[in-house]
Write a protein that binds this ligand. Structure first.
Ligand code: FMN
Length: 363
């Protein structure tokens, strides 16, 4: 469904969440080529590093005309830096800027004072206001529900940001204390939707199937959703969700050959963007995700974890095809006992996508 993010018209209200270490240019292009996604977000980028033209920060915002509409997620606590970084991104043609709000109320837990929470919210609102005033592109904010179940402060923070002019608020329906454990609290997201008068909410967390996407919309009243781990696990998810939401039917899963074509295209893009050695190294964890839906893949795993050249991948596929033939019937279908579990049906993607070391206290 079409979606208006401030002045920006998007074809779809299904978004790709930021996943540090994963949502790089090749992955975003693959997601877009498969279709169904309305807005892709980069990994989080430090505002100061960007202003200092740090090489790593610039690589995180590396893009192409086909990589649109694109949101860049910024983090930083100095309002002037966040403002200038947003202006820089606007001048580079980025479609919108997302602010990583992390945990809304860290301080309240440390100091135990309600006033610090209010101070935090006012500070966050000032930060948003400064950025909104400096650019024309939409500014969005992404946050968790709060510190813990006793401090579900997202509705208050979201309201403060609404007054400051934020174009949308994305909510990961977990508390900071939960980390990535347990499941998303849809009622918690609904409370944020209800707290806002005019600002759309982007519901986020645990959307790994079309049915889970529908549940997020139905039970929270959110205007858009964003998908993180489920997309890395299954890049077809946006197309499938769009189909399910408009027809009520689950589309067929892509077959083996289609998965191989997409996997090879993904590797080609990794090599184009990162160079052959690095692209191949980075592709190893990507290939492991794709392989989860190929049926028996022990031989593939063994070889792909040492991938170092593009041509080497074709050799790996040739060896793998020969090995895999033992699991196929005369029609080249896997014997039923070897059928992969379909994406999002039974496998838990939360376990499939590792949360890397890094500033993940922010997410
Ligand atoms: C590996 C990994 C990296 C992440 N990186 C970011 C990030 O850079 N910025 C952010 O706001 N959230 C980040 N998140 C949180 C996700 O955007 C998302 O809120 C969370 O994973 C829940 O959504 P999901 O169940 O669809 O993955 C990350 C999560 C994971 C697992």
């Amino acid at each position: 469904m079409a979606f208006a993010l401030g002045q920006l018209s998007l074809d779809s209200n299904l978004f790709l969440s930021p996943l540090a270490g994963y949502t790089n240019l090749p992955f975003r292009l693959i997601i877009r080529e498969i279709g169904g996604v309305g807005l892709c977000t980069t990994d989080l980028v430090n505002a100061r590093s960007l202003l200092e033209k740090n090489r790593k920060a610039l690589q995180l915002i590396q893009t192409r005309p086909q990589d649109r509409p694109l949101a860049v997620q910024l983090y930083g606590s100095v309002p002037e830096e966040m403002r200038d970084a947003a202006a820089l991104l606007e001048s580079l043609g980025v479609s919108s800027v997302d602010i990583n709000m992390g945990c809304p109320v860290r301080k309240i837990c440390r100091n135990g004072g309600g006033s610090s929470m209010m101070a935090d919210h006012a500070k966050a609102a000032r930060l948003v206001g400064t950025m909104v005033a400096a650019v024309k592109i939409p500014i969005t904010a992404k946050m968790r529900l709060g510190w813990d179940n006793k401090n579900l402060t997202a509705p208050d923070l979201a309201r403060a940001l609404e007054d400051a002019g934020v174009a949308a608020v994305a909510i990961h329906g977990r508390t900071r204390q939960q980390g990535f454990s347990g499941s998303v609290n849809l009622a918690g997201i609904r409370a944020v939707v209800q707290a806002l008068n005019r600002t759309p909410v982007i519901g986020n967390g645990d959307i790994t199937t079309p049915q889970a996407a529908k549940m997020m919309f139905d039970q929270t009243g959110c205007a858009a959703i964003s998908i993180g781990r489920g997309a890395f696990y299954n890049p077809w998810i946006f197309r499938h969700v769009a189909h399910f939401l408009s027809t009520g039917e689950l589309p067929p899963e892509p077959g083996f050959e289609e998965r191989i074509v997409v996997m090879k295209r993904h590797l080609d893009l990794m090599v184009e963007v990162f160079g052959e050695a690095r692209g191949c190294r980075m592709f190893r964890k990507v290939a492991l995700q794709y392989s989860r839906t190929l049926g028996p893949a022990k031989e593939f795993h063994k070889l792909v974890v040492r991938l170092s050249t593009r041509a080497g991948f074709d050799d790996i596929l040739a060896v793998y095809r020969t090995w895999r033939a033992q699991f196929l019937d005369e029609n080249q279908h896997l014997f039923p006992q070897y059928e992969p579990r379909q994406p999002g049906m039974t496998v838990e993607p939360a376990a499939a996508v590792k949360v890397p070391a890094g500033p993940n206290e922010l997410w």
